[in-house]
Design a binder for this molecule. Structure first.
Ligand code: NI
Length: 173
């Protein structure tokens, strides 16, 4: 496995709409290796999610840590359906926008239809934090960054100041 180069904000690949992963790709060792490398890269940079476009692969997949202590999962060709109308604001960061945190409104509860890394159908429901991660990563597949979703930029903060002034005072994250 190897650690992949992460595209940073400003790289055009982050603004492209990624293409679906085709059926034939799941059997391709190159694709399976990409998934492994994305998981390793996410861990290396202490992220909780990493999408294809962030490693210059404009394909509809991401890897994520959705629950504490769980293994990383790969989610391919995700389609999100929002459940209910509850929206919650919470802190987000992004490996493509290093050292920055900001508050982003997201749907509290979602359903996801997708495929796993072997192409098997995957359906899941998520709420709160994992739902936030899934929405953030799926946005990457459409060329959307978390700045685009913010209601305003007043909450933007560097990581150090986030730790100093915000992390302990907010009950989310
Ligand atoms: Ni991101």
């Amino acid at each position: 496995m190897s650690i992949l180069k992460v595209a940073r904000m400003g790289h055009p690949v982050l603004r492209e709409k990624a293409r679906p992963v085709e059926k034939a790709e799941f059997k391709d060792p190159v694709f399976q290796r990409l998934v492994d490398d994305m998981i390793e890269t996410m861990h290396e940079y202490a992220g909780v999610g990493l999408a294809g476009p962030q490693v210059h692969e404009s394909r509809r997949l991401f890897v994520a840590l959705l629950d504490d202590g769980e293994d990383a999962v790969a989610i391919v060709n995700p389609v999100i359906t929002v459940v209910g109308d509850e929206v919650v604001e919470g802190w987000e960061g992004c490996l493509s926008i290093p050292e920055i945190r900001g508050r982003v409104p997201r749907a509290f509860r979602i359903k996801v239809q997708a495929q796993d890394r072997d192409g098997k159908r995957l359906e899941l429901e998520a709420e709160d934090y994992p739902a936030r991660v899934i929405q953030h990563e799926t946005d990457h597949l459409d060329g959307v960054l978390f700045f685009d979703r913010m209601r305003g930029f007043e909450s933007l903060t560097y990581l150090e100041e986030y730790g100093r002034y915000h992390a302990r005072h907010d009950d989310d994250e």
